[in-house]
Each structure stands twice: as structure tokens, then as C-alpha cells.
Design a protein around this ligand. Structure first.
Ligand code: ADP
Ligand code: MG
Ligand code: ZN
Length: 711
């Protein structure tokens, strides 16, 4: 399996659960796969497809995604096709004929195909070994993306009662999960649920002061990288995109109100790296699988944690460090409350308030954001610091908040524990509010007692007191504050409390990564342009040619032989053949001009088991490295072989009469003379007696190489 993973996909290792899932379906068992976006679900059916006889049928709801996935498979040399309404009858007939002949390993189809009698007839004539249902939450009416066509999938079980079914999704609450299992009769399925932590994403909340200025700065810092900016309204997206274009940034809007043609081209330009920035409403994202989105920015407050997590999930699918930045101000929350108030249905309205409240709580956190997100989804994240959220990266300073907390709590008590946060704050700040005066609250001792904190400060302090369970909140629409038992004790015992000093504007550092830090930016740019050119010639998105990780590794290690190039992540046999030469030419020229040398690509643990069969013998591979004047140790590392084996190769090559310059490998003169003398003394050419004479300071490899220079 590791061999197939490298030759066809160019990867060295499985991601968590991939291997287990693949083994499960290979054993003919149904599987249910719940994995976050970017977790690597596709591979779970694409790799088994290569090992099974016949064809793997993949049901996918999004026509645009289908094409991208098939393009990516074909670029890896895997016979894959899709059938959907964008094709002509003739094209479909051709694809079906090919599939019947057994020429296709993976066939994508849209769910609405399944009710067409002719398609059913076609299915009955082919050998199907695995059925994969991607985005399987679409089958559930309880989910957020119900598609009636998905109900047709049930009939697949009738047509193929013996064939294992794999259902995959990134989003499923307990209820939706049960619904999927039930609808697809997956009662025997093995269930795989992976962690929803996305370690390569960092979560940052910025205070919305000069948000536009901050935004521009962030975008400039990430020039040439793909970014999605989510806005509240359609109008916002158009305005912001226009403003960004004025700044010279390539930004396009996207929302459901645009002409479908404009929507399509804007999305296409984003996917093809012609526009770096898409400014969108949440209508954007379902239809794209772009792996190299480095930034997801929420310019306005999201409506719920679920939505927020799903939108941020679109960053960094390729596993490279990426940032999720949210601009927060309490004014945004108030604006949203205004819209929620318009919702007529009471339970819906209450629910919306609750969701918004949870979102505000997240923004005002003074503890790890990742921990909070994961525990929201029922996962227990144990790490002390996640190293990837603004709080963990720069823990806020604390201050003595005893007195201000006492003032807040007294105000709550004095007004009778019947009012909400804003009212309490108004009292504390001495606002000339009609309601306060009518209720005579301006005569209370706590009225106007605070003059060293702003309204926003007070909101945050109250949030902290809530999260520390000193005060409690009840009611959805107009939540009322009251003291908890804990809070009463706090006052009575005159306890002290220290709270975080609000928001330090987070530094935008992210978890570092060797490849992230050290690659040559200039060469990366050149390779990026080359990638774009090739992609355009072939009419595919750039990431189908190579992902960002592959380009970064090239710009770090400067591989210039087939052997080392094939070690780059994402380079399998097909891509080596198709793109190796042209990319290596650029690398070689750049290395020469800048006087840089190829670096050794570290061998991954599983390297031994993933030898690629290539033309030329193992000796020829070593010869290529000799030509690059690598040391014995370097060659051994690059090839994943022992130094003694490499020495034996060199000897073999010399005995073939190969014309290679190995002079640089000759031991230094002093050493060489000692070895020479020892050979003479031993009276023969065997290595062991010489080693005996010289002792452990000399390795067998050294002796072997030296022997070549002794006539
Ligand atoms: P999902 O469908 O779960 O959102 P994808 O299947 O689109 O995720 O995979 C996300 C990215 O991860 C893709 O760019 C894919 O090539 C990459 N990927 C998948 N498996 C591996 C692996 N074992 N090693 C490295 N990259 C992988
Ligand atoms: Mg997917
Ligand atoms: Zn954290």
C-alpha cells in the first residue's frame, strides 16, 4: 500500500486513519468516515480503487469538484472519469463504453444520474468493487445541505448488494450521522471518526480597530497566497473587493446574487491562481477544494461556531501552516442581534441568539481558542498550549481585577438581578439613560462608579466573570445577569481575582515548520510561474500539477536528479515522468546562477518500503549521485542504503569500466598512505586482514574505496 501511495500519489505516509479505513473496505466491509475538511478523505477510496478489480463508483454532489478531482487523478496517471450534466450524450456514451471495457478505475457520478433508467442499465453491466458516497451528509434532511437527489442512493444497495459502501463527510452531528447510517443501510459499517483538530491552522482574533488597515497589512504580508475573506452582506463583499483592487490587490467578490456567469468566472480565477483573494459571503466554499488557501479571514462576526469552523476549515487543506483570522468588535454582535430580532419563529430566534452568544464567547476568550473549539465539538484537547492560537502564542498579561469585579457584582445585586449586561454597564458608567432614571437607579451608590474602564472593557470583564462562573446568565433574547453561589462567596470572602488584560493585538506568527521557514522564496516564485504556465497549457488548476508543499520542498532541497526529485512530496511516477525534467531545468539553472548545491532530502521512516521501480539499475542511481559529487554518507542517506552498500556500488561501477570521476572520494593523503601500507603488509586484496591491522578507526567503506586507488 505504501508503494502505491508513493507511485500514484507521491506521498510517503498515510494520514491518521487512512490506512485503517482502506484495510476495512479491502476486507469488503462498509465504512463510515467522519474526518475534517482536508483530512484526506478522497484517498480512502482512491487508493483501494487501484487495488480492487473493476471500478470504484464515487457519488459526489458538486459538479465543479468532480472535474477537479478527476483532473488530479488523471495527472497522477490514474484512469478516472466523471459523468454529469456538463457532458454531451456522445461524451457520456464514450465514457460508459470505456468503463464497460474495464479501462476505468474510478468513475465519479452526480446523484441525479441514478434515477435515469439508462444509467441504471449501464451500472448493471459493469463490475463495481466499491461505492464511495462523498459529502454523505447531503442525504440527511437534518443536515445543513440536504439534497433530495441523494435519496436515490438507496437503490445502489439493491443493484449492488455485495459491494462495500463507504460514506464520507466532514460535518455530521450525532443526529445526521445516525441518519446517514440508516438511509444507506450501513448498520454493519465500521465507523471511523478522526480528530477534528487541524494542527496546521492557527486561530487568531483581532480587535476591530482600524480593521481595514490591519487587513491590508496582512494581505500584503501574504502576497501571492490565496485568501478567502468572508463578509456579512453581498454589498460588503463587492465594496471590499473594489477597495482592495484600488490597493493593487487582486480581489474578486463572490455571492449568491451575482450572475451565475460572473460567479463561475470569479471562482475559476481564484482556483487558477489568477485572483489571489476572494471576498465572499458564506455562499462561497462548498464547491471548492483548493488545497493551498493560506488565509481565511472573517471580516465580520460569523453567526455560529459550526459555521465558523467549517469556513476556517477551507484553509490549509494541504497541511501547510495557514491562518484563520477573525475581526471582532462588540458592535458587530449588536448588529447581528438586530437581525436576529427580526426572526419571527420563536424557537428559531432563541436558537440564533444562543449561537451568536457562543460566538461572542469564543471571541472574548482568554484561554486557548483551539481547546474551546474542540471542546465545543465534544473533543477533549489536552495540550497545555496549542502553539497555534493568539492566546497561546502571546498569553495576555493579567491585572488585579478585584475592585472592578466587586463593583460589577454589586451593581448586579443593587439593581435586583433583573437586568442584562448593557444595562449594568450603563449604570456603572453613569449613563443618562431614560430607563435608569425612571427606575431611580441613578441614585444608587454604584451609579457612575466606574471611570477607568470603557464600555468594551467592561463587556470583556463581565465575559470573564461569566466564564469563571462568578455570575450567571439566563434567558436567550434579553439575557439577565445574576450572581452565582460562587459569586456570592467571592464577595463575602473578599477574594482576590486577576484577569487577562484584554486584547493584546495578536502577533501573526504561526506554528513554524522547517520547510515553511527555509525555502528559497525567489526560486519558489519561479517554480510557481512555471506551474501556472503548465497548468494553463493543460487546462487544469495549478494545484493539479504540484501542490505548494512540493514547490516549497523543491525550493528548499533543489533536487536535480530523478532520484531526489521523486522524493518530493506529491511526486509519483507519472508526475516524475511528465514534469520532472522541466522543473529540474529551472532548479538547475537557478542553483547554478546562485551557486547553490542540492541538499539532502531527509529519508522518512517508511522510505525503505517505497522503492520506486525506475529504468536503470541501482548502480546507475548511485552513479548519478557520484556525478553530483556527493559524499559517501550523503549518497547513503539519499538512497536510503548503508554506506557499505554504496561503496560496493562504486566498486561495481569501476569494474564495469564506467567513466566516472571518483577521485573526490579518495581518502585524504595521510590516511590513504596508511591504508596502502596496510594492504601491502597483508599481502593480498581482502578487506578483513587490513581492517585487523588498522583497527576500528578505519571503516570497511573507506578501505573499499581506497582499494580502488591502489593499483
Ligand atoms: P478532504 O476530502 O478530507 O477534505 P482531500 O481528500 O481533498 O481532503 O485531501 C486534502 C489534501 O491532502 C489533498 O491536497 C491531498 O492530496 C492531501 N493528502 C491526502 N492524503 C495525504 C497523505 N497521506 N500525505 C500527504 N498529503 C495527503
Ligand atoms: Mg473531499
Ligand atoms: Zn491555543
Amino acid at each position: 500500500m505504501l508503494n502505491l501511495l508513493k507511485t500514484h500519489f507521491g506521498f510517503d505516509q498515510f494520514r491518521p486513519l487512512q490506512e485503517e479505513i482502506i484495510r476495512c473496505v479491502m476486507a469488503q466491509r462498509d465504512a463510515f468516515v467522519l474526518m475534517p475538511t482536508g483530512g484526506g478523505k478522497s484517498l480512502c477510496f482512491q487508493l483501494p480503487a487501484l487495488m480492487m478489480p473493476g471500478l470504484t463508483l464515487v457519488i459526489s454532489p458538486l459538479i465543479s469538484l468532480m472535474k477537479d478531482q478527476v483532473d488530479a487523478l488523471q495527472a497522477n496517471g490514474i484512469p478516472a472519469e466523471f459523468i454529469n450534466s456538463t457532458l454531451t450524450r456522445a461524451e457520456i456514451a464514450k465514457i460508459q463504453a470505456d468503463a464497460r471495457l474495464g479501462n476505468t478505475k474510478i468513475l465519479y457520478a452526480a446523484p441525479e444520474r441514478l434515477i435515469l433508467p439508462e444509467f441504471q442499465l449501464f451500472l448493471k453491466k459493469i463490475q463495481v468493487s466499491l461505492i464511495a458516497i462523498d459529502e454523505s451528509h447531503c442525504i440527511s434532511e437534518w443536515g445543513h445541505d440536504f439534497r433530495p437527489d441523494y435519496l436515490n442512493l438507496k437503490m445502489l444497495r439493491d443493484i449492488f448488494p455485495e459491494v462495500p459502501v463507504m460514506a464520507l463527510t466532514a460535518t455530521a452531528t450525532q443526529r445526521v450521522r445516525e441518519d446517514i447510517l440508516h438511509q444507506l443501510s450501513l448498520d454493519q459499517a465500521k465507523i471511523f471518526i478522526s480528530s477534528f483538530n487541524r494542527p496546521n491552522l492557527s486561530y487568531i482574533v483581532l480587535s476591530k480597530k482600524d480593521s481595514y488597515g490591519q487587513l491590508i497589512e496582512i494581505l500584503r504580508e501574504h502576497q501571492n497566497e490565496s485568501a478567502i475573506i468572508y463578509c456579512f452582506s453581498r454589498k460588503d463583499t463587492e465594496n471590499l473587493a473594489a477597495d482592495l483592487r484600488e490597493e493593487g490587490l487582486k480581489a474578486l467578490p463572490y455571492h449568491a446574487g451575482l450572475e451565475s456567469e460572473e460567479r463561475r468566472t470569479n471562482q475559476e480565477k481564484f482556483i487558477r491562481d489568477e485572483a489571489q483573494i476572494i471576498v465572499a459571503t458564506i455562499a462561497f466554499g462548498m464547491g471548492i477544494d483548493k488545497p493551498d488557501v493560506r488565509l481565511v479571514i472573517h471580516y465580520h462576526l460569523p453567526k455560529s461556531i459550526e459555521g465558523y469552523y467549517q469556513e476556517t476549515g477551507r484553509a490549509g487543506r494541504d497541511g501547510l501552516p495557514s491562518k484563520c483570522i477573525l475581526f471582532y468588535s462588540s458592535a458587530d454582535a449588536i448588529k447581528q442581534q438586530y437581525f436576529i430580532r427580526q426572526i419571527e419563529d420563536e424557537s428559531e430566534r432563541k436558537n440564533a441568539y444562543r449561537k451568536l452568544d457562543q460566538m461572542v464567547e469564543y471571541c472574548e476568550l482568554a484561554t486557548c481558542r483551539r481547546h474551546h473549539l474542540l471542546s465545543y465539538f465534544g473533543e477533549d484537547y489536552q495540550q497545555e498550549s496549542c502553539n497555534g492560537c493568539d492566546i497561546c502564542l502571546s498569553p495576555p498579561e493579567k491585572f488585579d481585577a478585584t475592585i472592578i469585579s466587586q463593583k460589577i457584582m454589586s451593581a448586579i445585586i443593587r439593581t435586583g438581578q433583573r437586568f442584562g449586561m448593557n444595562y449594568i454597564i450603563d449604570v456603572l458608567l453613569g449613563a443618562k439613560n431614560k430607563n435608569i432614571i425612571e427606575r431611580d437607579h441613578h441614585r444608587l451608590s454604584v451609579y457612575g462608579i466606574v471611570n477607568d474602564f470603557s464600555k468594551d472593557d467592561l463587556r470583556r470583564i463581565i465575559s470573564q466573570l461569566l466564564s469563571r462562573n462568578l455570575i450567571e446568565k439566563s434567558g436567550a433574547e434579553y439575557p439577565i445577569l445574576a450572581l452565582s453561589q460562587r459569586g456570592q462567596d467571592f464577595l463575602k470572602e473578599r477574594e482576590e481575582i486577576r484577569l487577562p488584560k484584554f486584547f493584546s493585538i495578536a502577533k501573526l506568527s504561526s506554528p513554524s515548520d522547517a520547510v515553511d521557514a527555509d525555502y528559497d522564496r525567489e526560486l519558489f516564485e519561479e517554480l510557481r510561474l512555471l506551474r501556472k504556465r503548465i497548468a494553463d497549457e493543460q487546462g487544469v488548476p495549478p494545484f493539479v500539477v504540484f501542490g505548494d508543499l512540493a514547490l516549497r520542498q523543491m525550493a528548499l532541497y533543489l533536487p536535480q536528479s530523478e532520484e531526489s526529485f521523486s522524493r518530493i512530496s506529491g511526486v509519483g511516477e507519472q508526475k516524475l515522468k511528465q514534469y520532472g525534467k522541466i522543473f529540474m531545468e529551472v532548479i538547475q539553472t537557478y542553483a547554478k546562477e546562485n551557486n547553490l548545491r542540492e541538499k539532502i532530502i531527509p529519508v522518512k521512516r517508511s522510505a525503505k518500503s517505497r522503492r520506486i521501480k525506475r529504468e536503470g539499475s541501482t548502480y546507475q542511481e548511485t552513479k548519478k549521485l557520484i556525478i553530483q559529487k556527493m559524499s559517501l554518507e550523503e549518497m547513503a542517506t539519499v538512497r536510503g542504503l548503508a554506506p557499505s552498500t554504496i561503496a560496493a556500488h562504486i566498486e561495481k561501477l569501476a569494474s564495469f569500466g564506467e567513466e566516472i570521476d571518483i577521485d573526490y572520494l579518495r581518502p585524504p593523503v595521510e590516511k590513504f598512505e596508511i591504508i596502502k601500507a596496510a594492504f601491502k603488509k597483508s599481502g593480498g586484496t581482502a578487506l578483513s586482514p587490513v581492517r585487523e591491522i588498522l583497527g576500528e578507526d578505519f571503516s570497511f567503506e573507506e578501505l573499499r574505496i581506497a582499494r580502488l586507488f591502489i593499483k
